[in-house]
Design a protein around this ligand. Structure first.
Ligand SMILES: Nc1nc2c(ncn2[C@@H]2O[C@H](COP(=O)(O)O[C@H]3[C@@H](O)[C@H](n4cnc5c(=O)[nH]c(N)nc54)O[C@@H]3COP(=O)(O)O)[C@@H](O)[C@H]2O)c(=O)[nH]1
Length: 527
C-alpha cells in the first residue's frame, strides 16, 4: 500500500503562548470585573441598610418630639409670658429641641426661647392633627443655622411648633456616609439638607444612589456617590485582591497552554499514526433478522499504536474530524478493507457498511475509495453502504446532495447512522434520499419484556413507511432480538451475535457462520 500524503501540521508554540497569555489576561480582567461588580452591589446594599437605620432613628426622634408637643398642647391658651415659663423646662428635657412655639394660622407669635415674636411662616398650614416638617434657616439665631421645624396642627387654626437643630441630627445621617457614600442628607417636601447646608435639589449622580422614605413622617434619607468616587473606592479595595486576580489569570493561562499542548500533541500523534498506517479496520457482523445469517459487516476503525493498547474510535475520531484528517484516515481504512476482503470468502449479497463523517462528503477521493470497495465485493454481488455519522451536523446543501447523488449513481447506498440522536433529523431522510435507517442502540436498549417502546416503534414505522431498510444496532439479548424480529427490522447488529473483531477473527467468524442458515425463513431482501 502506498503511503498517503498527509499535511504536516506546523509547530504552533508561539501561537499557543499568545493564546495562553490572552486567556490569562482575560481571566484577570473578568475576575476583577466580577469582584468589582460584587463589591459595588455590597456597597449599595450596605448603604440602603444604613440609610434605613438613619431613617428609623430619625423616626424615633420625631416620635419623642411629637410626644413633647402633645404634652404642651393643653397650655396653648395661656398668655405668651406664662407659656414661655411653662415651656422652658419641657424644652430643656429634650436635647434636640431648640425651641417650642405657638403658631396662629401661619403666624408664629410665641417662642419658648424669646417669648413674644412676630414671624410669618412660609407655606400653608398643615391638616388637622397632622405633623408637618419643614427645613428653615433659623430666622432668629446666627446665620447658617438650620432648623427642622416639626409642626402639629390643632383645632381652631392653631399649631404647636418644635424647632430642632440640624447640627444635632448629623450623627443620625453620618451612618449613611460611613458606608462610602459621598453625599448624604434629608429630603423634606422637595427640599434637601445636604451634610450641613440646604440645597434646592438633590445633586445629579452618575453612580450609586440610595433613598429611603419614612412611612410615618414626611421625610426621606438619601445617600449617593459619584462615579469617580466609587471607582476610587473600588480600585482601593480591588488593589488588595490583585494577587488573587493574577493567580487566577496565571492558572487560566497555564491550563490553556497545557490543553493546547495536549491537543497539539494528540494531533501530532494522529498525524504520525496516519503516516505509519496505524488505523485498522475491525468488523462487526450484520445479521439478517429473518434467516439469522451473517449477511454483512460494519467496518469500525481502531487505532493500534506500536506496542500499545488498541484505542477505540471515540478517543480519536472527533479529533480527526476536527483537524481535517478523517478523510485521509478513511481512505487508509478503505484500502485496508479492500485488501482484507480479497482474502475472505464472502457470502452472496455481502453488505459492507462503513462510517463517513459529513465533512467527507466534499472529499474528491471518496468516490474512488468507494469504487475500490465495490470492486472488492462485486464478485459476490455485494453492496457498499456509507453510514453518515452525526457527531458533526450534516448540512443538506446542493453540494452534499450532488455528492450523494453521484455516489448513488455509482451504486453506493446511503444510511443515516444513530437515527434519532445527535444532529440527525427527519428532514435528512427525505432531502438526502437515504436507503438505510440505522436505529441507535439507545433505543434498542429501551426494550423491556413485552412493553412496547414508543420511540423505537415510531422509528421502525417511519423506516417502513419511507421504504427504508431498517438496521438495529446494539442488540444484546434474546428479548431485544424477539422484539425487533416481531417488528420486522431487517438487519441486526450487536454483542448478542459478535463484538467488532479484527480481520483474522472475522475470517474465522464468516467461515463458521455463513455455511448453514440458522433459520428456515427466506432472507430479507434489501436490494
Ligand atoms: N467517521 C467514522 N466514525 C467511526 C469509524 N469507526 C467507528 N466510528 C464511530 O465511532 C463510534 C464508536 O464506535 P465503536 O466504539 O466501534 O462502537 C461500535 C460498536 O462496537 C458498538 N456496538 C455494536 N454493538 C453493540 C452492542 O451490542 N452493545 C454496545 N454497548 N455497543 C455495541 O456500537 C458502535 C457502532 O456504532 P455505529 O457506527 O453507530 O453503528 C461510533 O459512533 C462509530 O460511528 C470510522 O471509520 N469513521
Amino acid at each position: 500500500m502506498t503511503p498517503l500524503p498527509i499535511p504536516i501540521l506546523a509547530t504552533r508554540h508561539r501561537r499557543d503562548w499568545l493564546i495562553a497569555l490572552a486567556a490569562g489576561f482575560c481571566t484577570v480582567l473578568l475576575t476583577a470585573w466580577l469582584f468589582g461588580h460584587r463589591l459595588q452591589r455590597d456597597v449599595q446594599q450596605q448603604a440602603r441598610e444604613s440609610a434605613q437605620l438613619s431613617q428609623e432613628a430619625i423616626d424615633r426622634l420625631l416620635d419623642d418630639v411629637n410626644a413633647t408637643l402633645r404634652q404642651v398642647e393643653p397650655l396653648i391658651a395661656l398668655p405668651c409670658q406664662e407659656l414661655r415659663a411653662r415651656l422652658g423646662p419641657v424644652v430643656a428635657h429634650n436635647p434636640y429641641v431648640r425651641a417650642v412655639g405657638v403658631v396662629h394660622g401661619q403666624h408664629l407669635h410665641c417662642l419658648s426661647t424669646f417669648g413674644r415674636v412676630a414671624i410669618d411662616l412660609p407655606g400653608a398650614a398643615p391638616q388637622l392633627q397632622q405633623v408637618e416638617l419643614q427645613l428653615n434657616k433659623d430666622p432668629l439665631a446666627g446665620a447658617g443655622l438650620i432648623n427642622l421645624d416639626v409642626r402639629r396642627q390643632l383645632p381652631g387654626g392653631v399649631s404647636m411648633l418644635a424647632s430642632l437643630d440640624m447640627r444635632l441630627l448629623q450623627p443620625f445621617l453620618r451612618r449613611v456616609v460611613l458606608n462610602k457614600l459621598q453625599e448624604y442628607g434629608l429630603v423634606i417636601d422637595g427640599q434637601m439638607f445636604l451634610r450641613d447646608r440646604l440645597a434646592p435639589t438633590q445633586p445629579a449622580v452618575d453612580a450609586l444612589s440610595v433613598s429611603v422614605a419614612s412611612a410615618r413622617y414626611p421625610f426621606g434619607v438619601f445617600g449617593q456617590t459619584e462615579q469617580a468616587e466609587l471607582w476610587e473606592y473600588l480600585l482601593r479595595e480591588e488593589q488588595l485582591k490583585l494577587p488573587l486576580f493574577l493567580l487566577a489569570g496565571a492558572l487560566a493561562g497555564i491550563v490553556t497552554y497545557l490543553a493546547l499542548r495536549r491537543w497539539r500533541s494528540l494531533n501530532g500523534r494522529l498525524e504520525q499514526a496516519l503516516r505509519n498506517q496505524e488505523f485498522l479496520p475491525y468488523y462487526q457482523p450484520l445479521i439478517d433478522s429473518r434467516s439469522g445469517r451473517c449477511v454483512g459487516a460494519e467496518v469500525l476503525m481502531r487505532w493500534q499504536p506500536p506496542g500499545g493498547a488498541l484505542i477505540p474510535p471515540d478517543r480519536f475520531i472527533p479529533q480527526l474530524e476536527e483537524n481535517g484528517q478523517i478523510a485521509a484516515a478513511t481512505t487508509l481504512l478503505m484500502r485496508q478493507v479492500a485488501a482484507d476482503l480479497a482474502g475472505l470468502s464472502l457470502p452472496p449479497d455481502f453488505h459492507l457498511s462503513i462510517n463517513i463523517s459529513p465533512c467527507q462528503l466534499t472529499d474528491p477521493a471518496l468516490a474512488a475509495d468507494c469504487r475500490l470497495l465495490q470492486d472488492a465485493v462485486a464478485a459476490n454481488q455485494g453492496q457498499i453502504v456509507l453510514e453518515l455519522t452525526e457527531r458533526v451536523a450534516l448540512e443538506s446543501t446542493g453540494v452534499t446532495q450532488e455528492t450523494l447523488q453521484r455516489l448513488r449513481d455509482q451504486g453506493v447506498k446511503i444510511a443515516i447512522d444513530d437515527f434519532g440522536t445527535g444532529h440527525s433529523s427527519l428532514a435528512y431522510l427525505t432531502e438526502l434520499k437515504v436507503d438505510y435507517l440505522k436505529i441507535d442502540r439507545r433505543f434498542v436498549s429501551t426494550i423491556r419484556d413485552d412493553v412496547p417502546s414508543a420511540v423505537l416503534d415510531a422509528i421502525i414505522a417511519l423506516g417502513r413507511q419511507l421504504n427504508l431498510v431498517t438496521v438495529a444496532e446494539g442488540v444484546e439479548n434474546e428479548r431485544q432480538l424477539a422484539y425487533l424480529r416481531t417488528r420486522r427490522v431487517s438487519l441486526l447488529q450487536g454483542y448478542l451475535y459478535a463484538r467488532p473483531m479484527d480481520y483474522p477473527a472475522f475470517g474465522r467468524y464468516l467461515a463458521d457462520h455463513t455455511e448453514q442458515p440458522a433459520q428456515s425463513e427466506p432472507a430479507f431482501s434489501y436490494h
